[in-house]
Design a protein. Structure first.
Length: 467
């Protein structure tokens, strides 16, 4: 049994949700499905804990993050194994996630929130302070639950806030276990972890004593959260969907560039917000690159044996969406690798490459969030930049070119939070990860990400007032 962490106690709610291993469709655990009353008790505990934590010195907060990082490291094998069973993904990929989560804790443990002096002369002194906001509601999605939860907890706690975290309903186990492992390290009520479905998330977001919502998930849910946050004007960081374009210039060698493009399109079986989801390739190398990508997809090992690099779709609802996109691919393009669900238990889909498909089709215009890559032909650079920018989403993009100056000139014209050059999805705790358009609001990661968990406060002193 996996417990929630509320007010320093490991606890359960009256109702439960099954958790399914997507590699064999078996129920592997039951977790609490928190109701509004349980959410309320977690928020109230966080409100109380905040009053003490907001006055702590930053050194004490840093130490807590270091203790959490150590706990993560010491229990990395267990947590990675849990990630494998709730995600179905290969073990090395699970270890990669645990390690990334630890690096977030360590990065933020090194950050400072120094007072900025805006002006200081004989008449006045103006200081800019960074204050905590209060209770942060952190809500994470199923594709990388541990890392996307800890990347919120770390900056929130360092800035002096308390937290109520809700992991995703279909892969909550690693996060709940982390809560059990650190329950005795964290001051009572400072970090609360509540499991549950979408209604639990909604109850958390609507709670009037929550000051900020840090959400990673779909654009549709992000919009609901923005609406419900309006009543009490909660602060928001929304990291939402992506439909990243990659533009490949004709000066690259198709054989040389293909492995990197392939890795950046199919990582975690395509279930990553900022990977390549639309691959625009110049006509001059289109056929050759399509061939290389298809060969790599056909050679990839999909499954859950030790040698496999690609796991299943994480849940049945997402599998059904992905199968819908496969139908679309058959209708509007030519499938040159994959194109089917694997005939075995589990939600496995063969890595799929689709050529001769164009903008204006669901597979290109929407976010499939699965192992299907459309490759789109272009001839004119101005036109392809326009097509890349046509999306309502603007999370990431990339340009692939031997000529770095040409690539940088193109990058400057793309409307996305990040543009990578000759790589994609190169994320790091120290690098801000901003959003544009309907991919969200605000920034996660880096020092800029930390500032999102603070309220600026100006102290403006008149040194010569006659009073
Ligand atoms: P989702 O929006 O369905 O769910 C995300 C979380 O929100 C879950 O914990 C869910 O229970 C909760 N939730 C659902 N309805 C809610 C509501 N009304 N109020 C509050 N919480 C609610 O997303 P998902 O399907 O779990 O994740 C996939 C999506 O996440 C994709 O679109 C992907 O691009 C996006 N994503 C974005 C990033 C990023 O950094 N931008 C990273 C990973 C995933």
């Amino acid at each position: 049994m996996f417990h929630m962490l509320i007010d320093g106690r490991l606890t359960e709610a009256p109702h439960h949700l099954p958790v399914i291993d997507p590699s064999n469709e078996s129920v592997i655990a039951q977790v609490s499905d928190a109701d509004a009353e349980t959410i309320d008790s977690a928020v109230k505990a966080a409100v109380t804990a905040f009053e003490a934590w907001r006055t702590t010195d930053i050194e004490e907060r840093r130490q807590l993050l270091q203790h959490l990082a150590k706990a993560l490291q010491e229990n990395a094998d267990e947590l990675a194994t849990l990630l494998v069973s709730e995600q179905g993904r290969p073990l090395p990929l699970a270890h990669f996630e645990v390690d990334l989560a630890r690096r977030y804790l360590e990065f933020f443990a090194d950050q400072s929130l120094d007072v900025e002096i805006i002006a200081d002369d004989s008449n006045s002194r103006v200081e800019l302070h960074r204050k905590p906001l209060g209770v942060v509601a952190a809500i994470s999605p199923w594709n990388a639950p541990l890392y996307l939860s800890l990347s919120k907890i770390a900056p929130a706690l360092l800035a002096g806030n308390s937290v109520v975290l809700k992991p995703p309903p279909t892969s909550p186990l690693s996060v709940l276990r982390f809560g059990e492992l650190v329950a005795n390290l964290v001051p009572r009520g400072l970090l609360n972890i509540v499991s549950g479905g979408n209604a639990a998330g909604a109850a958390l977001v609507e709670h009037p004593q929550v000051a900020k919502v840090s959400f990673t998930g779909s654009t549709a849910t992000g919009k609901l959260i923005m609406r419900s946050a309006a009543d009490t004007l909660k602060r928001l960081t929304l990291e939402l969907g992506g439909n990243d374009a990659a533009i490949v210039l004709p000066n690259v060698d198709p054989k040389a560039v293909a492995p990197a493009l392939f890795g950046a399109a199919f990582f975690n079986s395509g279930q990553v917000c900022a990977i390549i989801k639309r691959l625009y390739v110049h006509d001059a190398i289109y056929d050759a690159l399509c061939e290389e990508m298809a060969a790599l997809a056909n050679a990839a090992a999909v499954g859950n044996d030790a040698h496999c690099q690609f796991g299943p779709i994480q849940n049945k609802a997402q599998l059904d969406k992905v199968l819908g996109y496969l139908d679309d691919a058959r209708q509007h393009g030519r499938i040159i690798a994959g194109g089917h669900r694997l005939e075995r238990p589990g939600y496995f889909v063969a890595l799929t490459v689709v050529r001769d498909i164009d903008d204006g089709t669901p597979l290109v215009d929407e976010e499939p969030f699965g192992p299907i890559l459309p490759i789109i032909r272009y001839t004119d650079i101005d036109d392809v930049i326009k097509r890349a920018n046509r999306s309502e989403l603007g999370l990431g993009a990339s340009v692939w070119s031997k000529d770095l100056n040409a690539a940088q000139a193109i990058a400057a014209r793309i409307d996305s939070g990040t543009v990578w050059i000759n790589q994609h999805c190169a994320l790091d705790p120290s690098i801000p990860f901003p959003t544009r358009k309907q991919s969200g609001i605000g920034v996660e990661s880096g020092h800029e990400g930390l500032l999102e968990y603070t309220a600026p406060q100006v102290i403006n002193i008149n040194k010569v007032a006659a009073i």
